[in-house]
Structures are given as structure tokens and as C-alpha cells.
Design a protein around this ligand. Structure first.
Ligand SMILES: Cc1cc2nc3c(=O)[nH]c(=O)nc-3n(C[C@H](O)[C@H](O)[C@H](O)COP(=O)(O)OP(=O)(O)OC[C@H]3O[C@@H](n4cnc5c(N)ncnc54)[C@H](O)[C@@H]3O)c2cc1C
Length: 202
């Protein structure tokens, strides 16, 4: 097994796998997953992906998102989400992802929660996350180390140069020039929740 890479990506959900997809083929990258690849929130996501239907809709998507966030949103993050979401969706479709369409081949948008118009793309009905996860796993060109829990970031002079991992009852370091943290949230620290069991701080 190798212990040094150009890039180590922590997490095999949509964030980690989409990061991997954006890397050049020549990059020596490794993806780490705490458990099985599908034990992530991406696999469990159902309803769909909110995205502005056209450029004119972007300000309304921003407004609806900020309203729904009731003052708790990071406005810069919302701006990026609403502006760059359509670009990522276009890339997914160009790579061959099939969102649900009507009989004429038009994308089917549905309405959810605080959205003021139909703006939710979905796949396989309510199996959107599962479809996206399989799609990104099929496109993955780098190895994944499963059952690997990152327990520490190795940091010197403010720079992260590796991770300490627990894998198959062994503890060791993996080094990389770039470390991408795509480990999801912390929802599974609660006693009752619908998150994947891997979604905790450690
Ligand atoms: C039941 C459910 C339904 C949802 N429905 C929707 C929906 O309809 N629409 C929507 O937009 N969003 C929905 N979400 C939210 C959505 O699933 C998440 O926002 C999204 O999938 C997060 O992706 P991610 O890649 O950041 O994290 P995840 O997909 O959760 O992936 C995290 C990855 O990090 C790994 N990891 C975590 N900690 C470590 C560690 N210490 N070491 C190594 N690896 C680690 C995990 O193993 C996993 O591979 C839903 C969530 C749930 C739970």
C-alpha cells in the first residue's frame, strides 16, 4: 500500500466524489471513506437538487434560500450555491447523468419546502441521492480506501500535509500535498436521526 499522494480526499459522498471528478487523470489521488462507499448522506438523499431554472431565476433562488435560512445562512455560500449550481448540473448532464424528464425530454422540476417555484430536479423519482452517488462512483478514476477513519489532520506551520487514519485495526499516516475535507456534517452524533452512521465529527 502507498502512503504518499498528490491529493487525499476525505469522504466519498457527492462532495468528495465530485472533487475527484474535477481532478486531472495524471493526479495521484486517494479517496478515503469511513465505512462502505454508500454509507453516506448522499446515498440516502431523496427529494432532489434545488437549482435555478435559468439566469433570471438565480436572484429568486438566492432570496428563497435566505428566507428559508431565517438569518442563519452564510450569504457568500448561498451566492456560490445559486450561481454555480446550474453549472454543476449542466456538467452532470454532459457526463451522462439522467435527471427525470417528461415525455418530450424536458427536465422535470418539482416544488419543495420554501421554494417559490418549481426548482427541484430529481432522479429515479425519490432516489436522487442514490442515483447521483452511483453515477459518481462509476466515474471515479482513483482508488478508494474503505473502512478508513481519519482521526487527525497532520499540520505543521499552518499547513496540512497528511492525515492519521484508523484502518482495519491499524493506525498509520497518509501524506499528500493537498488534503480535501469532504466529510459531510455531524448529524449522526444525535441519538435519533436519519443520517448515515458515518456522519459524525470523527
Ligand atoms: C435522509 C436524508 C435525505 C436527504 N435529502 C436531501 C434532498 O432531497 N436534497 C438535498 O439537497 N439534500 C438532501 N439531504 C442532504 C444531503 O444528503 C447532504 O447535504 C449531502 O449528501 C452531503 O454530501 P457530502 O458529500 O458533504 O457528505 P456525505 O454524503 O454525508 O459524505 C460524507 C463522507 O465522509 C466520510 N467521512 C466522514 N467522516 C470521516 C472520517 N473521520 N474519516 C473518513 N471519512 C469520513 C463518510 O464516510 C462519507 O463517505 C438528505 C440527507 C439525508 C440524511
Amino acid at each position: 500500500m502507498k502512503f504518499t499522494y498528490d491529493v487525499v480526499i476525505i469522504g466519498a459522498g457527492v462532495a468528495g466524489l465530485n472533487t475527484a471528478l474535477s481532478l486531472d487523470d495524471g493526479v495521484d489521488a486517494l479517496v478515503l471513506a469511513k465505512d462502505y462507499a454508500w454509507e453516506c448522506n448522499t446515498f440516502y438523499a431523496q427529494g432532489g437538487v434545488a437549482v435555478a431554472v435559468d439566469d433570471e431565476d438565480i436572484p429568486y433562488h438566492i432570496k428563497d434560500t435566505l428566507n428559508a435560512g431565517a438569518g442563519l445562512c452564510d450569504e457568500g455560500a448561498v451566492d456560490i450555491l445559486c450561481h454555480e449550481g446550474p453549472i454543476v448540473i449542466k456538467e452532470f448532464i454532459e457526463h451522462g447523468f439522467k435527471f427525470d424528464e417528461d415525455r418530450e425530454g424536458n427536465l422535470l422540476y418539482t416544488k419543495e419546502a420554501a421554494h417559490s417555484r418549481n426548482r427541484i430536479l430529481h432522479a429515479g423519482g425519490d432516489a436522487t441521492g442514490r442515483h447521483i452517488h452511483k453515477f459518481l462512483m462509476d466515474l471515479l478514476k482513483f482508488p478508494i480506501l474503505y473502512n478508513t477513519q481519519v482521526t487527525d489532520l497532520l499540520i505543521k506551520d499552518g499547513e496540512c500535509y497528511g492525515v492519521r487514519v484508523f484502518h482495519n485495526n491499524e493506525i498509520f499516516n497518509i501524506y499528500a500535498k493537498k488534503i480535501v475535507i469532504a466529510s459531510g456534517g455531524v448529524g449522526s452524533v444525535y441519538e435519533y436521526h436519519t443520517n448515515a452512521r458515518t456522519i459524525s465529527s470523527l
